[in-house]
Design a binder for this molecule. Sequence first.
Ligand SMILES: [Zn+2]
Length: 190
Amino acid sequence: MHTRMQLVPRRNMDIIVQTETIHPYGMMLTNDYDSFGAASAMVETAEQLTRDEDVAGGTAHYQLLHGAIAALARRAAAPKMLLTSYLLRALTIAGWAPTFDECSKCGIEGPHNWLSVSLGGVVCDDCAPPQTTYAPDDVVALLSALLAGNWPAIEGAQNGEIRQATSFVAQYLQYHLEKNLQSLSVMEQG
Ligand SMILES: [Zn+2]
């Protein structure tokens, strides 16, 4: 739900004195399993990334989350793609922007086809440590489009590319959160 609340601050827990529903997204999301799963993963991620009260970019996180939930509710794109794009942008706001165009280590212009979770995106032939995962051009292009929110480029993606791209993003998120999110298991399905 997108709700407006009036709160009275208390030392331990604020008291809600008035609420007003602005957008009843819940009704639109609960009747579709994939949308509900994606929405759950989004809010769990947002909760983790904004855990500190004075978190930088709190408003940006809120606006991004609201936009993503609204897009899910109106079926703007496949739920898994909306979730993956949301995660990449939420990580960017959190200060962990991945790089898919230039080498994330030395900065040399791409395209590059080595994908590293710990180095934060693609790396060039010279910078790729042994056993770095190979990613075909289409996978790198899909990741770049998901980060940019370039939806026309995302719509034509094939299942194999989607699987590798979503798997990378799930690993990248968990690497930075240093924990597994239960709701993120939706990324492994389909
Ligand atoms: Zn490099």
